[in-house]
Design a protein around this ligand. Structure first.
Ligand code: ADP
Ligand code: MG
Length: 308
């Protein structure tokens, strides 16, 4: 089959591995930069798609790896492919929901997936009041921003929280405040879900010599056994958010895991190199299954609910 990987650069580890894995399985692969794709709409015409002003190359499936930096544009490209009926190994609605942290938590919570106590308010006074509902300090202040990766900050006292709130809200940033689950209370786990199955369980490796766990990017992971409850939560989270491929981050506390984030374009280097799991191969396999389902006899009937 013809596989299109939408990615800013073929030099990115995950992109390279996906291309490798698809070629190894006999597929024709193109890596296209979504920023080089043009889109057209008009009355009475099929939506059009171009690449560098030439007709978009025919493809059987697309694997979007939309960088947060071109989120909006990238999502428009993915949507256009979706409208044209190209199977997607992550469609636009799921990617979009996962990139909006509050929306994601709302979706999860509405479907019965447990999330950490989280509060949101537009003004410092409201937030200070709401912190009670998050269980009081210590809390995490999470910056929400649509196109850039947010940031996270631990506030251990009401005083430091007030200072942080004044500063951040003063800048017009949206934030959520979340119960801070300390290491002793719950392990920081990640489940890689592909096609509704947990492919690997990981544990975020605590940063030695730091005040707290490293909250930054590029954290290291160790392979971890996930409890059945964590697996169920991860699979449910992927389904609720609507993602074929994702990393579900959760805190494994007493009483059951709390899902705090779902990542729709997880980097796979750590998992592949640290844990020896062939994630790229599994993603390509899932792409094959989606193409087969889209083509297969009765696929359309089954989707209409007509049954065999
Ligand atoms: N409620 C929480 N309690 C404890 N640690 C958390 C909590 N939420 C997030 N973290 C830690 O902070 C890191 C970053 O938070 P996250 O919500 O994933 O933000 P980002 O958008 O930066 O990925 C997580 O990977 C996790 O290690
Ligand atoms: Mg995260």
């Amino acid at each position: 089959m013809r596989v299109t990987i939408l990615s800013r650069s073929r030099a990115i580890y995950t992109t390279r591995r996906l291309a490798e894995a698809a070629r190894a399985r006999g597929h024709a692969v193109r890596v296209l930069d979504p920023a080089q794709v043009e889109l057209g709409l008009g009355p009475g015409a099929r939506p059009r798609l171009f690449h560098r002003r030439r007709p978009f190359p025919a493809t059987d499936v697309a694997i979007p790896r939309i960088a947060v930096s071109i989120n909006q544009y990238g999502l428009a490209v993915v949507n256009q492919l979706g409208i044209l009926g190209v199977p997607l190994v992550n469609a636009a609605p799921g990617i979009s929901a996962s990139r909006n942290q509050m929306r994601c938590l709302q979706l999860l919570s509405a479907s019965g997936v447990r999330v950490p106590r989280t509060v949101m308010a537009a003004h410092p006074a409201g937030l200070k009041e709401m912190v009670k509902h998050a269980g009081g300090v210590p809390v995490l202040v999470k910056l929400l921003s649509a196109n850039e990766r947010g940031g996270v900050m631990i506030c251990e006292t009401m005083q430091s929280l007030e200072a942080a709130l004044e500063a951040i809200l003063g800048l017009g940033q949206n934030i959520v405040v979340q119960q801070y689950v300390q290491e002793a209370e719950g392990r920081d786990l990640r489940a890689l879900v592909v096609g509704g199955r947990v492919l690997a369980g990981l544990r975020r490796r605590p940063a030695v010599g730091r005040m707290a766990r490293s909250l930054g990017r590029g954290a290291r992971y160790d392979r971890a056994e996930l409890s059945p409850a964590c697996r169920r939560a991860a699979v449910a989270a992927a389904r609720v958010v609507g993602l074929e491929v994702c990393a579900v981050d959760m805190l494994d506390v007493k009483g059951g895991p709390l899902v705090f984030e779902v990542n729709s374009s997880p980097g796979i280097r750590e998992v592949e190199e640290d844990c020896g799991v062939d994630v790229a191969g599994a993603v390509v396999e899932r792409a094959e299954a989606l193409v087969a389902a889209a083509r297969g006899p009765g696929a359309t009937a089954a989707r209409r609910g007509a049954g065999p």
